[in-house]
Design a protein around this ligand. Structure first.
Ligand code: NAD
Length: 353
């Protein structure tokens, strides 16, 4: 049994689906179901007894204590977070509550549980903290990509809260001996991503005839990784990662935002042309840049590739094509998520344990 937090969100849900597709070990999935959590993402697991969903907050230590004792997981994988940079600029409070205080409560509950384990169970237990490359701050155009030794220089409330959580996780290892591993991954894309993030936002807006907003000149560079490659990397870290270590995860795909948007437009032009046959690129609109917008992130993924023998299965070309096709095939999912109608559906389908 493993315990996953945030498993109704974009990456967490992909992880749960992926995990149960490749092995039979059951998953307890603790998620608060904020606006970003969506049980539709887990529709294919309805009736599957290997998946137990619990609605709850990682900041609720009494609930965590109960779940850990009840399910005796051999690992906890922490995906739960407030994750959207723009939202963190407008309302940082929730980011501090979940990403900092929530991680602290989770660590404390896991520490108490782990302390009571004995022998092999104690030695084999793992806590994996899923984090971001944004904690490293911004890179000059000619600077080397982030290694695990790169200095932390977070620039947004989101990245500052994630950096704080990474430090807590590190401290719980060095101070209490908790067997933790931290992963810092680049931008993910793929199925089930909430349509406030760049790639699903652009696909969605394009199809609805809305403007495709580009911050500033659109030359901000990000490294992109297809979400199931992130999931497989986390499985590698759980299976063979060294306790106390950090692993950077990335796809060696440094791409400026404007190019991402143009690529999506080209794919949509082929797969679902506009009625007037004009390119979706005509909908591109430049808007005022986000304050504190980091210019470039790049991940050096040599450590995980060499030490854990992990490699992404998708290139950006294959991954983005799959992603665009998925959103075209799952228009109902986007509509439901965007309208919030899934909440009513969710209340009918699931109950807390
Ligand atoms: P997401 O916003 O799509 O999902 C977050 C999930 O956490 C949601 O299901 C939400 O309901 C849940 N949640 C939020 N607060 C909670 C709380 N207090 N208790 C329990 N559940 C709570 O985020 P995501 O994109 O899937 O990201 C998952 C993790 O991966 C985050 O920690 C994020 O920082 C990290 N990460 C994301 C990316 C990316 O590109 N999306 C890249 C690197 C790392």
């Amino acid at each position: 049994m493993i315990l996953v937090t945030g498993g109704a969100g974009f990456i967490g849900a992909n992880f749960v689906l992926d995990w149960l597709a490749v092995n039979d070990e059951p998953v307890v999935n603790l998620d608060k179901l904020t606006y970003a959590g969506n049980l539709h993402n887990l529709d294919s697991l309805r009736g599957d007894t290997r998946h137990v969903f619990v609605q709850g907050d990682i900041g609720d230590q009494a609930l965590l204590d109960r779940l850990l004792v009840q399910y005796q997981p051999r690992a906890v994988i922490n995906f739960a977070a407030e994750s959207h940079v723009d939202r963190s600029i407008h309302g940082p409070e929730a980011f501090m509550q979940t990403n900092v205080i929530g991680t602290f409560r989770l660590l404390e509950a896991v520490r108490a549980y782990w302390n009571d384990l004995v022998d092999e169970a104690k030695a084999n237990f793992r806590f994996i903290h899923v984090s971001t490359d944004e904690v490293y701050g911004t890179l000059a155009p000619d600077a080397l990509a982030f290694t695990e030794a790169h200095q932390y220089q977070p620039n947004s409330p989101y990245s500052a809260s994630k950096a704080a959580s990474d430090h807590l996780v590190r401290a719980w290892h060095h101070t209490y001996g908790l067997p933790v591993l931290t992963t810092n991954c680049s931008n993910n894309y793929g199925p089930y991503q909430f349509p406030e993030k760049l790639i699903p936002l652009v696909i969605n807006n394009a199809l609805q005839g809305k403007p495709l907003p580009i911050y500033g000149d659109g030359l901000q560079v990000r490294d992109w990784l297809y979400v199931t490659d992130h999931c497989s990397a986390i499985r590698h870290v759980l299976a063979a990662g060294k306790v106390g270590e950090v692993y950077n995860i990335g796809g060696w795909n440094e791409i400026p935002n404007i190019e991402i948007v143009r690529t999506i437009c080209t794919l949509l032009d082929q797969l679902q042309p506009r009625d007037d046959s004009a390119s979706y690129a005509s909908q591109i609109t430049h808007v005022t840049d986000r304050p504190g917008h980091d210019r470039r992130y790049a991940i050096d993924a040599h450590k995980i590739e060499q030490e854990l023998d992990w490699k992404p299965a998708e290139t950006f070309t294959t991954g983005i094509r799959k992603t665009v096709q998925w959103y075209l095939d799952n228009a109902e999912w986007v509509t439901a998520v965007a309208s919030g109608a899934y909440r009513a559906w969710m209340a009918r389908q699931y109950t807390d344990t």
